[in-house]
Design a protein around this ligand. Structure first.
Ligand code: ATP
Length: 351
């Protein structure tokens, strides 16, 4: 696959302090990638640098073989052929949907504009809404119009900044899947910034997890969850607890709940103190299991129930049971560890 957008070792400053440092990423044509991270980690700064709203102090940003930004040079946003979709939709309230969509189209006949705006409304599932005004649309519909407006000039890449965060949770997930299908259907390359991992999982082919101005892991959702490369990613993505243990063989860790054998070989010395990550799906119900956990908390999630279980040693683990395994607080349940994807870090390792 051809690389379309390249960000090479960029650094961005505010008031002389770096908000992003030595950050690199590559986006292939037709891919949707996400920048995911907690508030203040620098995601929006990266997106704004790609859009041309922030200067880079080091490194460069390239689209194909054209340099968009480097130290001392920032090609203006309107000359980058990039589309933007913002969190607050940013539709013009005094223009109808059709006029909003056509806003970025220049040097075109009225008829050509009408055809494009009707095409775009079809693409985003809003055929027939062209005459309405933004206040006559729901939040989800407004965001679809914002997407149609960004797609209309046929940009090389679309940048979406927290595009669903003004919507309620259910709609957010549904719309992120819809938007993914729309972008994929159009073969559009996109970069999405979000702090919501479910959204990133639903929309991104690749996800970069950011922390303090850097990307700590660039990977698929599956690998971020099952093969986190560092403690920050392990903590930030998904749920789980760390249990203390000792490495007794490269693929086996002795813990307070016995030996756990996994699919990875660690090269640390035998006897090394480690923290073993146990995800809720690593602990499964087993009525005949020797291991017992006492239910101290539960959260019904429809198809599943998330139990917090206290072990006889006092440690707590999380466990996701199919929801017909209904237990009450205080019940003792048999469990077993099924941690094929064994993830551990040396105990003294920072993030
Ligand atoms: P959020 O999810 O809260 O939007 P973010 O990950 O997008 O956060 P950025 O907005 O990129 O983070 O901010 C990165 C860092 O740069 C933060 O420490 C922030 O306070 C700082 N920063 C952002 N914009 C400015 C600005 N205009 N002036 C000074 N500092 C800024």
């Amino acid at each position: 696959m051809k690389t379309l957008l390249e960000v090479n070792n960029i650094e961005c400053h505010y008031d002389g302090r770096p908000a992003v440092s030595d950050l690199s990423l590559q986006v292939n044509e037709g891919d949707i990638v996400c920048l995911l991270g907690p508030s203040g980690c620098g995601k929006t700064t990266v997106l704004r640098a790609i859009a041309g709203f922030e200067n880079v102090h080091k490194g460069e940003i390239k689209l194909g073989d054209q340099v968009l930004s480097r130290a001392g040079y920032t090609r203006p946003p309107h000359q980058r052929n990039l589309g933007m979709v913002f969190q607050d939709y940013a539709l013009f309230p005094h223009m109808n949907v059709c006029q909003n969509i056509c806003f970025g189209l220049r040097d075109m006949s009225k008829l050509a504009m009408k055809t494009i705006s009707e095409d775009m409304l079809n693409v985003v599932g809003l055929a027939g809404f062209g005459e309405r005004y933004p206040h006559e649309l729901s939040g989800g519909q407004q965001q679809r119009v914002a997407l149609a407006r960004a797609l209309a000039p046929n940009p090389d890449v679309i940048l979406l900044d927290e595009p669903f965060s003004n919507l309620d949770v259910e709609l957010r997930e549904r719309l992120s899947i819809d938007v993914r299908n729309i972008l994929k259907g159009q073969g559009i390359t996109a970069i999405v910034v979000t702090h919501d991992q479910n959204e990133a999982f639903a929309i991104g082919d690749q996800i970069g997890v950011m922390h303090e101005g850097q990307i700590l892991q660039w990977d698929t959702a599956y690998n971020l969850y099952h093969e986190p490369e560092n403690r920050f990613v392990a903590d930030f993505i998904g749920q789980g607890v760390f249990l203390k243990g000792t490495l007794i063989a490269p693929d086996t860790i002795n813990t307070e709940i016995g030996h756990v054998k996994g699919n990875r070989a660690y090269e640390w010395p035998k006897g090394a103190a480690v923290d073993l990550l146990l995800r809720p799906d690593d602990i499964v119900p087993d009525d005949s299991g020797e291991l017992i956990g006492r239910v101290i908390n539960k959260a019904f999630k429809g198809a599943e129930i998330m139990y917090t279980l206290q072990l006889s040693t006092g440690s707590r683990v999380l466990s996701m049971f199919p929801s017909h395994h209904l237990h009450e607080i205080g019940d003792e349940v048999g469990i077993r560890i099924a941690a094929d994807h064994m993830v551990a870090f040396q105990s003294n390792e920072g993030i």
